[in-house]
Ligand binder design. Structure first.
Ligand code: NAD
Length: 294
């Protein structure tokens, strides 16, 4: 079965729209998100436009703040501080990647964790690790939601996560291994967490043997065709996070054509994890708004 991220994301946007309309009906202001973009990297421009569009669809006010590629790290830092202190802004993101002369870690560390709707600050990641209320990195949050909406329980399952990045692999592994904290905002009813997780990366030996023991495989490597049919157990669930452009076509990290017939569930690229990531940003923004206006 195809895990239709596009359809689920549309469903969630409908739910968010209803919640925001209810705020307006109660005479409250709507949530406000700022999106900072540096330079004109074409992929980033597309992502930012898609995020702006998604905000408009649910009634979140979004402002784009664009800086030229030459902006200094110091100036960008002071802009981050301004957004931290702007009471009209509930949350903001700094679109990555940043130009080479700006240290992404320095910028991420400067964002107030309560406004960090990408969930990338060390505070939010640390709180997620400890199971404390936090803003969860958008892609893992979206994948968790996708699994939940398809009632794919993770309890006791062996999940293999390929990729150890701070934005996908690491937080994904943490969410899956955690005891479910049902009081956390955004936690869906299905049993999520309580999995046995193996994290694999570019130095992992015999990836095939490890993957063949997995009930669920989440691939976030940025390597087209990495996950082949021989690596997948019959009836496994496969989540493809990769976004690669091959001959002008968007493809994931999974050899979809040959893996799909073996998988019980599989997410496509495009139309799987991508739309879920954007909708998670909207959910995180509403979460930050509620914290901010409490
Ligand atoms: P990254 O690009 O920072 O790192 C890739 C990771 O994959 C590394 O940890 C590396 O060790 C591992 N890896 C690479 N090749 C491997 C191999 N052959 N075998 C095993 N491990 C290997 O990771 P990222 O930022 O998480 O991005 C990964 C992919 O996911 C990219 O294609 C990116 O565009 C995509 N992505 C998609 C979304 C979405 O919303 N769909 C969000 C974030 C990232």
């Amino acid at each position: 079965m195809i895990l239709d991220g596009k359809k689920i994301a549309a469903e969630i946007r409908g739910e968010l729209r209803a919640q925001i309309e209810a705020l307006q009906a109660a005479g409250k202001r709507v949530p406000k998100l700022a999106i900072v973009i540096v330079g004109e990297n074409p992929a980033s421009v597309t992502y930012v436009n898609n995020k702006m569009k998604a905000c408009a669809e649910v009634g979140i006010e979004a402002v784009k703040i664009a800086y030229p590629v030459e902006i200094t790290e110091q100036t960008l830092l002071s802009e981050v501080h301004k957004l931290n202190n702007d009471p009209s802004i509930d949350g903001f993101i700094v679109q990555l990647p940043l130009p080479d002369h700006i240290c992404e870690t320095t910028i991420m560390c400067a964002i107030d964790r309560r406004k960090d709707v990408d969930g990338l600050t060390p505070e939010n990641v640390g709180r997620t690790v400890q199971g404390l209320p936090s803003i969860i990195s958008a892609t893992p949050r979206g994948i968790r939601e996708l699994l939940a909406r398809y009632q794919i329980a993770t309890e006791g399952k062996h999940v293999v996560v390929i990729g150890r990045s701070n934005i996908v692999g690491k937080p994904m592994a943490i969410l899956l291994m955690q005891r479910p904290y049902l009081s956390l905002p955004g936690m869906s009813a299905a049993s999520l967490g309580d999995a046995t997780v193996t994290i694999c990366h570019s130095k992992t030996r015999d990836l095939t043997a490890i993957c063949r023991t997995a009930d669920i495989i989440i691939v976030a490597a940025g390597s087209p065709g990495l996950l082949t049919a021989e690596m997948v157990k019959e009836g496994a669930t496969v989540i493809d996070v990769g976004i690669n452009r091959v001959n002008g076509k968007l493809v994931g990290d999974v050899d979809f054509e040959h893996v799909a017939p073996k998988a019980a569930y599989i997410s496509p690229v495009p139309g799987g994890v991508g739309p879920m990531t954007i909708v998670s940003l909207l959910q995180n923004t509403l979460q930050a708004y509620h914290e901010h206006t409490r």
